[in-house]
Write a protein that binds this ligand. Sequence first.
Ligand code: SF4
Ligand code: SF4
Length: 323
Amino acid sequence: MIAPLIPSVPLNSLDQLWIQVSGTVCNLRCSHCFISCSPDNHSFWFMTREQVRGALEESASMNVKEYYFTGGEPFMNNEIEGILEDALAFGPTTVLTNATLFPPRRVRELRRIQDASAHPLELRVSVDGPSAEINDPIRGEGTFDRAMEGVGHLVAAGFRPIITTMQSWPCEAMPCMLQAFRDALATVGYDEPRLKVLPPLLIGEEAKRNRPYRSCERVTHEMLHGYDLDQLLCTRARLVTATGVYACPILLDYPSARLADTLTEAVRMRAPLAESACYTCYENGAICSNATTGTGESRGASSCDQVPAVASTCTEGAVSTCG
Ligand code: SF4
Ligand code: SF4
């Protein structure tokens, strides 16, 4: 039962099904990770191919438009290739990755999986700066070079990964940072890259690295008057984990966001906007999606080239404030 003082929103349509396929297990230990993933964070364990198949089958009648796989690092799940093959039978599939576990053999396998499917397979690669000097203090020594090598293999195999970065620089620096990304990616053969800039979420490790939310940074009932609720991912998505279904992929660590044991139950539940991270969604819109409008329709690949999150992030404040 949601306390009446806490605003909540219904699921309007299940456009996106997110799957926490590697739980909280990651080969990296990034200093900004909003769910504090690491090699030894076993709070949420890997999902088996059978568990994922069960979720896909459960979703089959729910008009899901896109499937997203996240973690942790999805490619630490040793069943990931088969899991992606299964998902692509159901619809367009995106996997979020740090691209540090991409030997050529794996990329060839991803190419084979994509070629065998009528649905697109998107790779979303997280890199937190256009150079090792900016990225590595956040993601770990050597991770920039490893990720860029992974991107190079993907591009050589015909993929156009979406390069995702958390904005850790002032808005004035945005044009030169974006140009630096383009220059760096060109060195591994990726011209006219698709870039997506995300605002920081001040939870998990990022609350320690940056700052926690202020007590006033919360979504209230009043703030929702006249607000386009489609901007919030939780009105259009649910997250399936090995141990239950959550309102969204951001609030994995928050019991308030665990809605039900099954997807069928969870789609009927309202998502409580109980946590301060909801404030960042409120200010910035559907930050987790590849690139979507508030109507739930994909704007397609080209919108990533224009970095749609940047303008709103920079005009309204990269880090939320109370006014
Ligand atoms: S931010 Fe991504 S790559 Fe880094 S620890 Fe978290 S899940 Fe792993
Ligand atoms: S963090 Fe965002 S997507 Fe998740 S419940 Fe809050 S508003 Fe919804």
